[in-house]
Design a binder for this molecule. Structure first.
Ligand SMILES: Cc1ncc(COP(=O)(O)O)c(C=O)c1O
Length: 389
């Protein structure tokens, strides 16, 4: 029995929620169950809510800064959960990981430079490269036995072309792969050899299923740390995306100064009062809640796998190592992406993320977010069956 109330259904309608209130704009209809955007339908831990409420009750919301205690809370968390010892001064704050990706691109590359990614991958990776006038280089992941694997020969060939920066997604969205220590060491060695910086997006790294472990690439070897910017955030882990808070951890002083100078050019100096308070409370007090959440998500994952296995033979679920995102291989249904979308919306009344959004390799897939009460998941699965059963 989970001691946290993840069963509770909380209406998010009319809260300016992207997931719940923008379905009409994005999918053209509002009668759909939204299981697309990567946030959760749960409240955060009590301690986080209380810390924000107490700050709110104070009533004066003047300029604030992130005190040392916030950096300390991040350091304690990373050491305890991932065995990574960092120093307070390595931390720079940012309103989000996507803004940090943009900052890194601007700070470390020039217009036209090559930036590497591994598709299918989180859409803003492509957008940040393109919108900043850089060139996307893609080393597409290989699908082997229903799991994504890195094609290291291709990866190395791409680095040889003179790539300046590699955007690593660990754990990987949408596939849910947590890259193993061996894989990360190979990546690190190749980036050292070809003098390529790494931006390691580790936003999903606390959402780990049993039997898996997250390795921050910067923690594996001082040479990897020298060329890495690691982005973490409390926002996926504790469902705080609306307070916009994240951290970029950079041990290499030269890189850190360049990243910070770019932030200052953009006029960014610090987080909001609520971002700082929520972030620190989550890292200090969120451990037990997170363990409860992962038990709950593990049940959701199992339910979805069983249901799909039983009722939807044309769909194959990619077993995620981490994240609350299910990457569903629908190619067995023999439908085009347009037909998939249409069936989901019209027959199923279900809003999922279309695979092609994640670049090449995403065709024929959809992404389903299972961070919701069991009851909502059951409804979502029924709708999936109505769409394709
Ligand atoms: C891999 C990845 N990076 C970054 C983000 C968003 O980060 P932020 O809201 O901090 O900009 C997401 C959200 O889905 C994500 O999946």
């Amino acid at each position: 029995m989970n001691r946290f109330n993840f069963h509770q259904k909380i209406s998010r309608e009319n809260t300016a929620s992207v997931k719940w209130d923008l379905t009409k704009d994005v999918f053209g209809r509002s009668d759909v169950l939204p299981m697309w955007v990567a946030d959760m339908d749960f409240q955060p831990p009590e301690e986080v809510k209380k810390a924000i409420e107490d700050r709110m009750a104070h009533g004066v919301y003047g300029y604030t800064y992130a005190p040392d205690s916030t950096a300390e809370s991040i350091g304690l968390w990373l050491n305890k959960r991932h065995g990574w010892k960092i120093k307070n001064e390595w931390i720079l704050y940012s309103t989000g990981v996507v803004p940090s990706i943009a900052t890194a691109i601007q700070a470390f590359t020039e217009k036209g430079d090559k930036v590497l990614l591994q598709s299918p991958v989180y859409t803003p990776f492509f957008e940040m490269i393109k919108q900043n006038g850089r060139t996307v280089v893609n080393s597409q992941l290989k699908l082997e036995n229903g799991r994504y694997e890195i094609d290291f020969a291709d990866f190395e060939n791409k680095l040889k072309e003179g790539v300046k920066l590699f955007l690593l997604c660990n754990p990987h969205n949408p596939g849910g792969r947590m890259w193993t220590e061996e894989e990360l060491r190979k990546i690190g060695e190749l980036c050292v050899t070809y003098d390529c910086l790494i931006l390691s997006d580790e936003i999903h790294s606390d959402l780990i299923y049993k039997g898996h472990k997250h390795y921050p690439i910067a923690s594996l070897d001082p040479r990897f740390a020298e060329l890495t910017v690691t982005c973490i955030a409390p926002t996926k882990t504790w469902n705080l995306a609306g307070i916009q808070a994240s951290a970029a951890i950079i041990s290499n002083e030269k890189l850190r100064k360049a990243f910070q100078a770019e932030q200052h050019k953009q006029g960014f100096f610090t987080l909001s009062a609520f971002g700082i308070i929520g972030m620190e409370a989550a890292y200090r007090h969120g451990g037990e809640w997170l363990d409860g959440l992962m038990d709950y998500l593990e049940e959701n994952k199992k339910t979805a796998a069983e249901f799909i296995g039983q009722h939807l033979p044309g769909i194959r679920l990619m077993e995620p190592d981490g994240t609350y995102l299910l990457w569903l291989d629908c190619r067995g249904l023999g439908l085009t992406d347009d037909d998939l979308r249409q069936s989901l919306l019209e027959k199923g009344k279900l809003a999922l993320e279309p695979g092609p959004k994640y670049g090449s390799g995403g065709e024929g897939f959809v992404r389903m977010n299972i961070a919701c009460p069991h009851e909502v998941l059951a409804e979502g699965l029924e709708r999936l069956k109505r769409a394709f059963g």
